[in-house]
Design a protein around this ligand. Structure first.
Ligand code: GLC
Length: 797
């Protein structure tokens, strides 16, 4: 079943059936003021942290409730409904609605009994409050008396968990007041004139551009006993009773009423934020002129669309186009900004940036916004400890040069992270490489950046230290130890058990260091890295290969994980794809291991992380056993790894395979099977249940996942073949033979490139001729020096 479609011109996903199989969400604002909203207006808002700065309530796992509700009531008949289908949930044969999720805004349109409503939710660019623009139109033939109620359920205090579980305390520190146009909620207000004034928090929920007919600041009075958001007694009665909260649960509820002649409309806004009374008043005054709203929404669209326009593709595959041009890119910016902080299933109690996740997230936006990437790269580099290991979690309050390290008990108790991961710092290599290659900014390597704990060094030396860290943490057979985990959070290979994935990452790191060293004419480092690469290459060859595959690891008891004949988990995806990405496997071996992957791991929704699922034969450190078979690390289609698989196939030139994998797990390609997929068909999820689950194809953990950036890289660098290096741009598309032509518009180092790829003979990867502004280039490479401000590039495959 299909519940919506892509409006690619407007860059919107348009949901025309509101009874989606799960709340389909969008992100508004930024972590400074974040708002998550579903197609039924469920969701929550927060200041700076989803866990510690929560201003309105949302209950996970509970029918997408509550949210930002706008109720409408016909004051003649007493009939009432909501501007989002839920929470009132009128029968869908009488209630029509459309939700347009766009870049930074969500627009809900509904029509019920000839009253049309349009509510646009957004956070103005750079602002720390939210706006709900409400427009109500009488589409009938006679005048209507209408009431409109806006409602939010405030948290009693900003700590989400305290608010949920410690009501014996939190209910008694908060109150609500009515202030002409808004409900003001105070928390710890008695501290206002005390020394610890910083404890005071105030939130407001306002209406601007319309008069308040009645108000309520007490949730129980708003809803009525034994009622729910779908049938609040006060909406039913057509009047809020003016109760303000003192020692129960606060809410903001405001009522406005009007007579609407036929064909006429009214417009006003609701405002919500964490502000002091005077600031709230100023905002109410500002938004009296609702004209401001159109300008702000326009500004938001321009801001986002300009970023996304830095790469525009038109290929024969609309799913690919929709994802690359808008949704995958937008999701990459969301993961880049929000990390794993807040969604409809978790709210970021970890108060910082997970190292590997964030360093990977950066990769998803480098081709669109290298400047933003640069800031985050430097920030993450400053999360590296002076011995080269990375902090598993870089706190939001990160203070480079002064941080505790995982060796310190204080770090462990403060973050809940017991020790180092084997892979964290190694993600810096592909990320820094991609940034330098995209921008040509090799001088970045000489920039001095502090270490997390103490001291500072050039970025190049930070990278060397990352290698030192791996070399100082070798396990048996001289391979990199698995430590607390490698990429796979469920693999405890231990201090002397070793990870093949990390060995391949390290091998790739040597290669990147060689490239950098060559450019810097640093022959000593080049020689050292070359020697290490050869040395480790030999060990990998001897220890990590068995018969027809790369194994996954070796435990400290010398048990090889992932070898032929193992009753469970005998083939693992990542070491095969990474043997290609790292450059370790040559073409023939790369193709052979990826053929094995296709045979043993591929399913209709993508390749499994490993197979068979663990049930009875897991080794001690295989925590994946805890998950149901076909789920998460226990043999699901762990979607981030599809991105590496797409990339690996593309690097081998097998465009058909690359696109096959891409489409198997592409959200947009699953638009017609929403009941199977469950989650939004416009964003990636963390994983999809695979063949061992009775619910094969069901996807979980929306939005904030490494899938977004990794698949993006698989498409941009892999399928589209946009492979910059320090001196220019290589074009090496790997596409299915059926793609006879396609175009790309790309901004590269300030130049605009219009690239046309012709493939009349149906190749998967080749270059017959490349012309840049009419001049034939050598091979498939465009030296940066050939580029003008605007360029016409034609690649004949
Ligand atoms: C989750 C984690 C990520 C980890 C992956 C595999 O996505 O956020 O850090 O690499 O699981 O275990």
């Amino acid at each position: 079943m299909q519940y919506g479609s892509f409006d690619s011109a407007k860059r919107e996903y348009v949901i025309d059936r509101p009874d989606t199989p799960a709340p389909w969400a969008n992100y508004l604002g930024s972590p400074a003021y974040g708002a998550i909203i579903s197609n039924n207006a469920g969701g929550y808002s927060f200041v700076k942290s989803g866990a510690a700065g929560r201003i309105i309530r949302y209950r996970f796992n509970e029918q997408d409730r509550p949210g930002r509700y706008v109720y409408l009531r016909d004051d003649e008949s007493g009939d009432y409904w909501s501007a989002s289908w839920q929470p009132v949930g009128k029968p869908l044969d009488q209630y029509k609605s459309i939700c347009r999720h766009g870049t930074g805004y969500t627009h809900l349109e509904a029509e019920y009994k000839e009253v049309r409503s349009e509510v646009c939710y957004y956070v103005p660019h750079g602002a720390d409050y939210e706006v709900w623009r409400v427009k109500i139109i009488n589409n009938g033939k006679k005048a209507r008396k209408i009431s409109c109620f806006g409602f939010v359920e405030f948290t009693c205090e900003s700590f989400y968990e305290q608010d949920q579980v410690n009501l014996q305390y939190t209910q008694f520190i908060t109150r609500t007041y009515f202030k002409d146009q808004f409900i003001l909620q105070t928390i710890n207000e008695n501290c206002l004139n005390a020394v610890n004034e910083s404890r005071v928090e105030t939130r407001f929920f306002a209406i601007a551009g319309a008069n308040v007919a009645s108000y309520c600041g007490d949730k129980a009075k708003f809803l009525g006993n034994y009622r729910d958001y779908g049938n609040p007694v006060s909406v039913e009665n057509g009047k809020l009773d003016g109760t303000l909260n003192y020692n129960l649960n606060p809410c903001g509820a405001l009522h406005t009423a009007f007579v609407l002649e036929n064909g006429k409309s009214v417009e006003f806004v609701f405002l919500l934020g964490q502000k002091r009374e005077t600031e709230a008043r100023e905002l109410v005054t500002r938004y009296k002129d609702v004209g401001i709203v159109e300008r702000e929404i326009d500004e938001l669209k321009k801001y986002w669309h300009a970023k996304l326009d830095n790469l525009k593709v038109t290929t024969p595959d609309d799913n690919f186009n929709n994802m690359i041009n808008t949704w995958n890119s937008y999701q990459c910016f969301i993961t880049f900004a929000w990390s794993r902080a807040a969604s409809l299933i978790y709210c970021g109690q970890r108060n910082g940036y997970g190292y590997r996740d964030t360093v990977q997230d950066i990769q998803g936006i480098i081709h669109l916004d290298p400047e933003a990437a640069l800031d985050k790269i430097k920030f993450m580099i400053s999360g590296q400890v002076s011995h080269g290991g990375a902090l598993p979690l870089v706190k939001y309050s990160h203070n480079p040069g002064h941080e505790d390290k995982p060796e310190d008990q204080s770090y462990r108790s403060g973050t809940g992270h017991p020790t180092y991961r084997a892979d964290d710092a190694l993600w810096l290599f592909p990320t820094v490489w991609k940034y330098v290659a995209e921008t040509g900014n090799i001088t970045l390597l000489d920039e001095v950046i502090p270490y997390a704990d103490s001291g500072e060094d050039t970025l190049f030396n930070h990278l060397k230290k990352a290698i030192d860290f791996s070399l100082n943490h070798l396990g048996i057979h001289g391979l990199p130890a698995g430590l607390h985990a490698d990429w796979n959070d469920c693999l405890r290979l231990g201090a002397s058990g070793v990870s093949v994935f990390v060995a391949l990452q390290l091998y790739y790191a040597f290669e990147i260091m060689i490239r950098f060293a060559k450019h810097k004419k640093d022959t000593a480092t080049e020689a050292q890295m070359t020697e290490l690469k050869t040395r480790f290459g030999k060990i990998i060859e001897e220890r990590c290969w068995d018969t027809d595959r790369f194994v996954r690891g070796i435990t400290e008891n010398d048990v090889v994980v992932g070898k032929p004949g193992d009753p469970e988990a005998s083939v693992w995806l990542n070491p095969q794809s990474w043997s290609v990405i790292s450059g370790f496997a040559d073409e023939a071996r790369g193709k052979a291991v990826l053929d094995l992957v296709h045979k043993e791991l591929n399913t209709k929704y993508g390749a499994r992380l490993m197979a068979p699922s663990y049930r009875r034969h897991a080794f001690d450190g295989a925590l994946a056993l805890l998950f149901n078979p076909g789920t998460k690390e226990n043999s699901s289609i762990f979607l981030q790894t599809q991105g590496w698989l797409v990339l690996a196939e593309a690097l081998l030139g097998r465009g058909g395979r690359a696109l096959e994998y891409y489409l198997e797990s592409c959200p947009s390609a699953q638009n017609g099977i929403a009941e199977t997929r469950l989650l939004e068909p416009y964003v990636y999820s963390q994983f999809t249940e695979s063949v061992d689950s009775p619910f094969e194809g069901r996807s979980h953990v929306h939005w904030l996942t490494g899938t977004a950036s990794t698949v993006m890289v698989g498409c941009v660098e892999g399928i589209l073949g946009l492979r910059p290096d320090i001196d220019g741009l290589r074009l090496s598309p790997a596409v299915p033979a059926s793609w006879k032509s396609f175009t790309m518009e790309k901004v590269f180092r300030g130049s605009k490139l219009k690239i046309k790829v012709n493939n009349p003979d149906g190749h998967e990867n080749s270059c017959k001729k490349l012309t840049v502004n009419g001049t034939v280039a050598e091979g498939n490479y465009i030296p940066a020096s050939m580029l003008k401000a605007e360029n016409e590039v034609v690649l004949e495959m």
